[in-house]
Design a protein around this ligand. Structure first.
Ligand code: 5GP
Ligand code: ZN
Length: 136
């Protein structure tokens, strides 16, 4: 996808604060960080959804993500971090090139993820469990 902003960053056509890259993956700072050090990691090839990424590139992405989380939290002195992937517009995905966020966190940073939790009714957990298992 030629005009994708993250593809353009991967090709070096627009600037970014790059952190690490290998043949398949690239990490760089998010331009509007939740906290300093908030970073993104992508495959260099364009895939809109996590589920579009082929297994070898997914493995490289997962390994890069783990190393990035370690580097970001050590460098920033964070007490923890959030790893987030917004998949689909309804889930908050703005850039349609799959990417993980690594957001370094401290207990005093004042950031709260909006997390709504419910409860299962009678039989609902078993039913959704069956459906998910059938789709592996
Ligand atoms: P999404 O909502 O798609 O999960 O997140 C997209 C992220 O990309 C946002 O956090 C946004 O700040 C970041 N972003 C958007 N455009 C650019 C850009 O041109 N450069 C960089 N480094 N980050 C960007
Ligand atoms: Zn792209």
């Amino acid at each position: 996808m030629n005009d994708c902003i993250f593809c353009r960053i991967a090709r070096g056509e627009i600037p970014a604060h790059k952190l690490m890259e290998d043949g398949l993956t690239l990490s760089f700072l998010d331009i509007n960080p939740v906290n300093p050090g908030h970073a993104l990691v992508i495959t260099k090839n364009h895939y809109a959804a996590l589920t579009d990424i082929p297994p070898d590139e997914m493995r490289a992405l997962a390994e890069h993500l783990q190393r990035l989380a370690c580097a970001v939290s050590t460098a920033t002195g964070a007490e923890g971090y959030n790893i987030i992937l917004n998949n689909g517009v309804c889930a908050g995905q703005v850039v349609p090139h799959a990417h993980f966020h690594v957001i370094p966190r401290t207990s005093s940073d004042g950031y709260r993820l909006g997390w709504r939790q419910g409860k299962y009714g009678q039989g609902e957990a078993e039913a959704i469990c069956r459906k998910i298992r059938d789709n592996f």
